[in-house]
Design a binder for this molecule. Structure first.
Ligand code: AMP
Ligand code: GLY
Length: 428
């Protein structure tokens, strides 16, 4: 069969690599792809926002299944558009992708269906939002309603910071229309975990829990990024907590979406805050995580293609999904200055040395090839991912590989996985 992958990041590289290992697949295309994806797929120059162009490409090239990486095309209705032409596509329809596309919608859905989340209020007026901040005080979290490339949530330690977050979002319109409404919510303490589940709207398959590292510097210091590294499994989610998260969040959310006539299909990603025996939803995403997909792809033992197809066709309950024992861990190598401004076009060296290593994959996030060379082309550049018997050995191998790769100004965290070390036995 022929598969089309949409996107150009590390998540899409991990998908392309895993799909390329399926005996069912003869040909993979990726739109638009990157220098790493080129090794597994034919990259085609159509942007992930060009839904009509992508649909035409899928029809004209006899694509049997399309897999969408990023949220923007899902929220813009790519699934509905492909299905109108009877093209098979993995992901939620536009009405269901609203779970990620609107934080106001997501919070109100949780309230209607008693899904545990931080106490909140929504506002469309900056003055009223600031009056609320004066009343409840800090710390507090201010979030733009719409999509903002993972930067929509501002955790504020003081009332001053919170008022300035409201100004940034609603007055200066830093995130454009995404900031027309805001959510202001209670700041939760605890430890975060990413719980992803595949679903066809009825059947549910929970994936092993992952932990992302959002802040740019070691020790969780500095501004939030798209994610500086991830590992799986995440022992913060004990067996007991995994059951709670599945029942109270994942199943509840999928039922809630069915009850509201927004059947959810694809992958549901719940970002949770774990506090003792409780799990609170911080956010929903309507797609695989980046970088969570990188360790998950390396841990997945089963062929991914029938699994994705089962979500599309509604047979997920019949699928057996096998995972490799042990753990996998991904270290992101980023451009100097990320998540603020950074240079592009720096040559990357050492990739061939890492290719010789067993159990290591370098998933490209922001690269392009030019004259046979690999150049940096984004904030997050590479996701160096290793598999091992446990987090400690996967981590050692990943950092050994990172040490062999060079580009001008490369920045990476040196503490990926630190919260898991020493407590692996408790996890799932
Ligand atoms: P979001 O875009 O909603 O996932 O938020 C991004 C990050 O902001 C999360 O991964 C958390 O680190 C942090 N965050 C979001 N909401 C809260 C909250 N209510 N309490 C504490 N931290 C939060
Ligand atoms: N790693 C966070 C995300 O994919 O949104």
């Amino acid at each position: 069969m022929k598969v089309l992958i949409i996107g150009s990041g590390g998540r899409e590289h991990a998908l392309a690599w895993k799909i390329s290992r399926s005996p069912l697949v003869d040909k993979i295309f990726c739109a638009p792809g990157n220098a790493g994806i080129e090794k597994h797929a034919e990259c085609v120059n159509i942007g992930s926002g060009d839904i009509k162009g992508l649909r035409r490409f899928a029809r004209d090239n006899g694509i049997d299944m399309t897999v969408v990486g990023p949220e923007a095309p899902l929220c813009a209705g790519i699934v509905d558009s492909f299905e109108a032409w009877d093209l098979k596509i993995f992901g939620p329809a536009q009405t269901a992708a609203r779970l990620e596309g609107s934080k106001v919608f997501a919070k109100q859905l949780m309230e209607r269906h008693t899904i545990p989340t931080a106490t909140f209020r929504t506002f469309d007026s900056a003055d009223r939002a600031k009056a609320y901040i004066d009343m409840v005080g800090a710390p507090i979290v201010v979030k733009a309603d719409g999509l903002a490339a993972g930067k929509a949530a501002i955790v504020c330690r003081s009332e001053e910071e919170a008022r300035s977050a409201v100004n940034r979002i609603m007055i200066e319109e830093e995130f454009g229309d995404a900031g027309k409404q805001i959510v202001i919510e209670e700041c939760l303490k605890g430890e975060e975990v990413s719980v992803l589940a595949l679903t066809d709207g009825h059947g549910i398959a929970l994936l092993p829990p992952c932990q992302d590292h959002k802040p740019v510097y070691d020790g969780d210091e500095g501004p939030n990024t798209g994610g500086m590294g991830a590992y799986s499994p995440a022992p913060v989610l004990t067996y007991n907590m995994a059951g709670i998260a599945e029942r109270e969040v994942i199943i509840q959310t999928i039922h809630a979406m069915n009850r509201e006539d927004r059947p959810y299909r694809g992958v549901l990603y719940a970002g949770l805050m774990i506090q003792e025996e409780n799990a609170y939803v911080l956010e929903y995403n309507c797609r695989f995580g980046d970088p969570e997909m990188q360790p998950l792809a390396m841990r997945l033992k089963s062929d991914i293609v029938p699994i994705l197809m089962a979500s599309i066709e509604g047979n997920l309950a019949d699928m057996e999904i096998e995972w490799h024992e042990g753990a996998a861990l991904c270290v992101i190598m980023a451009s100097e200055g990320y998540p603020a401004g950074y240079e592009k076009g720096e040559p990357v060296s050492g990739l061939e040395d890492v290719e010789k290593m067993d159990d290591v994959m370098v998933f490209h996030s922001g690269t392009r090839s030019e004259g046979g060379r690999c150049l940096t082309d984004g904030g997050r550049v590479l996701g160096v991912t290793a598999r091992g018997a446990d987090i400690k050995s996967a981590r050692k191998l990943a950092y050994e590989a990172v040490g062999k790769i060079h580009f001008q100004g490369a920045h990476y965290r040196t503490d990926i996985g630190w919260k898991a070390l020493g407590r692996e036995k408790s996890g799932f």
